[in-house]
Ligand binder design. Structure first.
Ligand code: NAI
Ligand code: MN
Length: 339
């Protein structure tokens, strides 16, 4: 079978390799579509601390059930499925309190173990989600990025009528925008530095778009009469922006943080205390696949609006080159694996 293998940073190719057989407790999935994510790009560039090479990446994928491993029951061969990449131990503290996405022994499919950029892949049976009738395999491959959005928004505890400001109009910022709209959040501002991406945010329903070069603090003050913004989602993930987020947040505001950048932020504790702000981290997703699938199936969420490119498997290196050099041209890139 064909697989996209990263051997070492910047050393990757679509290679011919031996197809796996269904492993005990796992389900062998014939992959139809897989999406390229920013974190695949981080692995390719060697800036993901968790990955061991060689690795077949890909954590956003959907396909059909090919075979069941020993001990797996109740899943039909041929069923159309998508896969939650979060594999947790079930025994550690976070697992015991219902937070398996920060499991102490967390395994992410496509990062810690081989993922969806191959024609057949084994995944734990517990990570399979059936696609509802009428929802296609392309949409199935897009559930994971929306699960990121669903997770951070839940962590931020939106209330009716709250304004939302999203930093960053990359794929993650855009999924937060779409998911927030599906949740009924009406007033959404998106900030980015790239005009094309701001235009996409507008197209996907942002109430207003701001260029990051504008004086964001003045804009917020004018928009809110000095009150500030109750919900801020950080999908730009630039640590230097955090002090500004604290300043523009309203008292009792909630700030959802997604970045993995290890650079410290210049955080003024006083801002947090005097406004009693809530800063929440959000990692991957805590069992959000059912909610995302439900919103897609009901038509509240249009995942295909996020797709800018559909490319065959052999074009994967070219897609990576485009994402490296022309990020403004791309939204989500979907790769047809066995579709
Ligand atoms: P991206 O790089 O496509 O998007 C980031 C956007 O932020 C870009 O459009 C960029 O122009 C914009 N930006 C940069 N500096 C800015 C500034 N000063 N003001 C406003 N906008 C600015 O990345 P993508 O794929 O959308 O992911 C966003 C971030 O989320 C990444 O850092 C990624 O590592 C993180 N992430 C976190 C996850 C989690 O579970 N915590 C899951 C997935 C992604
Ligand atoms: Mn992803």
């Amino acid at each position: 079978m064909k697989a996209f293998q990263v051997n070492a940073p910047l050393d990757y190719a679509v290679v011919e390799t031996k197809a796996p057989r269904a492993a005990a407790g796992e389900v062998l999935v014939k992959v139809a579509f897989a999406g390229i994510c920013g974190s695949d790009m981080h692995i390719i560039h060697g800036d993901n601390a968790f990955v061991r090479f060689p690795r077949i990446t890909g954590h956003e994928f959907a396909g059909t059930v090919e075979a069941l491993g020993e001990g797996v029951e109740g899943i039909e061969i041929g069923a159309r499925v998508c896969i939650d990449p979060v594999v947790s131990c079930g025994r550690c503290y976070p697992c015991r309190i219902g937070r398996p996405n920060v499991c102490s022994a967390l395994q992410v499919i496509g990062v810690h173990r081989d993922g969806g950029f191959e024609e057949w892949v084994n995944v734990p049976a517990a990570n399979i989600h059936l696609l509802p009738e009428g929802l296609g395999l392309e949409a199935g491959a897009l559930v994971e990025p929306y699960s990121i959005a669903a997770n951070v928004l839940e962590r931020m505890q939106p209330l009716r009528g709250d304004r939302l400001l999203i930093y960053g109009a990359g794929v993650i910022g855009l999924t937060i925008l779409q998911m927030a709209r599906a949740l009924g959040i009406e007033d959404i501002t998106v900030i980015d530095l790239i005009e094309e991406r701001l235009a996409t945010a507008r197209e996907l329903g942002a109430t207003r778009i701001w260029h990051g070069k504008e004086n964001v603090e003045v804009e917020v003050s004018e928009l809110t009469g000095g009150e500030g913004i109750p919900l801020i989602a950080d999908a730009a993930c630039v640590p230097a922006l955090l002090p500004q987020m604290l300043r523009i947040a309203s008292p009792a505001g909630r700030i959802g943080l997604l970045g993995f950048n290890p650079t410290p932020s210049d955080l003024v504790q006083l801002e947090v205390i005097k406004k009693e702000l809530t800063l929440v981290g959000s990692r991957l997703n805590n069992r959000k696949f059912p909610e995302v699938l439900e919103r897609m199936a009901s038509g509240r969420l249009d995942p295909l609006a996020l797709v800018s490119h559909r490319l065959p498997f052999d074009d994967m290196p070219g897609a990576i080159h485009m994402l490296d050099h022309h990020p403004e041209r791309a939204r989500k890139v979907l790769i047809g694996i066995g579709a």
